[in-house]
Write a protein that binds this ligand. Structure first.
Ligand code: C2E
Ligand code: CA
Ligand code: CA
Ligand code: CA
Length: 281
């Protein structure tokens, strides 16, 4: 940035701007981002390890900032949570994803069982009217909850004890599926886990990435898959990057996987072309 005097700056270097962008500026920009329609969704395919076809997508938020360009959630979700802005942003994500899924169901009848998996933040589920909001969005988009999956982290679940079970039960009443994200990285009380109406454990990338070509270091992944199955849940491996990982995860009975081996998160058009062509990996 080059000073023009009197606190005015011309931006010459995006990276420099990104480094020097003031936190309060980021917050101001974040406040305006919804009305300026700067958010967009990317979709990462989730592949069945049995049929090797796409069974759904994880919805990943992106922010197209007018000056700095595309910002990934890692750089703004924390601020959004601290400022409470995650509530309207999270609601936007939910509505947008539900609308998109409904559109795809109409456009691609062969993909009627396709699901979208949406990340939630703790602040969102702590809203007193979260369940009503969720029901309203489903009604407004005429979407059946069956094709929707919500991702929560262990910390979010363990935080609130019995209140959590009540909340999750209310979500399940709308037929929505529930996943535990980044499983194995937070703290989970195993004695609690079976009381939650969870459908899927998502095995964190840090464990999947340990699996090498020889199939060594599978122990943690194997343990999580066994745990999932013994609790009547399914397992999804995250961050799958190599063919060996696919082979070993399949052998261990992991139901599904996502990661760069199959596909990076895709924009709307690319996600649609995947649905249309229904490739087998
Ligand atoms: P996450 O839920 O664990 O999402 C997976 C992250 O891993 C994504 O990063 C994805 O792009 C990346 N990834 C996927 N496959 C691979 C792989 O094979 N290798 C590697 N190295 N990375 C892979 P992304 O999109 O930057 O999202 C980061 C985090 O931001 C997400 O982690 C999630 O916790 C959060 N997030 C994203 N969208 C939302 C949202 O709509 N709401 C909330 N509350 N959080 C969100
Ligand atoms: Ca996730
Ligand atoms: Ca994850
Ligand atoms: Ca994560």
């Amino acid at each position: 940035a080059k000073a023009l005097g009197k606190g005015r700056y011309a931006i010459f270097d995006q990276e420099m701007y990104a480094q020097t962008i003031h936190l309060s500026q980021l917050e101001t920009d974040l406040r305006l981002a919804i009305e300026r329609q700067e958010f967009l969704l990317n979709y990462q395919p989730i592949v069945s390890l049995k049929t090797r076809q796409v069974i759904g997508f994880e919805v990943l938020l992106r922010w197209q900032h007018p000056l700095t360009g595309l910002i990934s959630p890692g750089d703004f979700i924390a601020i959004a949570e601290d400022t409470g802005l995650i509530e309207p942003i999270g609601e936007w994500v939910l509505r947008e994803a539900c609308q998109q899924l409904r559109t795809w169901q109409t456009k691609f009848p062969h993909a009627s069982s396709l699901h979208l998996s949406i990340n939630l933040s703790i602040r969102q589920i702590q809203q007193f009217d979260f369940i009503e909001k969720l029901a309203r969005i489903l009604a407004e988009t005429s979407l059946n909850g069956e094709n929707l999956r919500l991702e929560l982290t262990e910390t979010m679940l363990m935080d609130q004890g019995d209140k959590t079970i009540e909340l999750l039960t209310q979500i399940k009443e709308q037929k929505i599926q529930l996943s535990i994200d980044d499983f194995g990285t937070g703290y989970s009380s195993l004695s609690y886990l079976h009381r939650f109406p969870i459908d899927t454990l998502k095995i964190d990338r840090s464990f999947v990435s340990l699996i090498n070509a020889e199939g060594e270091n599978c122990e943690i992944v194997k343990t999580i898959i066994t745990l999932a199955h013994s609790l009547g849940m399914k397992a999804i491996a995250e961050g799958v990057e190599t063919p060996h990982q696919v082979t070993h995860l399949s052998k261990l009975g992991c139901e599904a996987a996502q990661g760069y081996f199959f596909s990076k998160p895709l924009n709307l058009q690319l996600a649609e072309s995947i649905i249309a062509t229904n490739p087998q990996w």
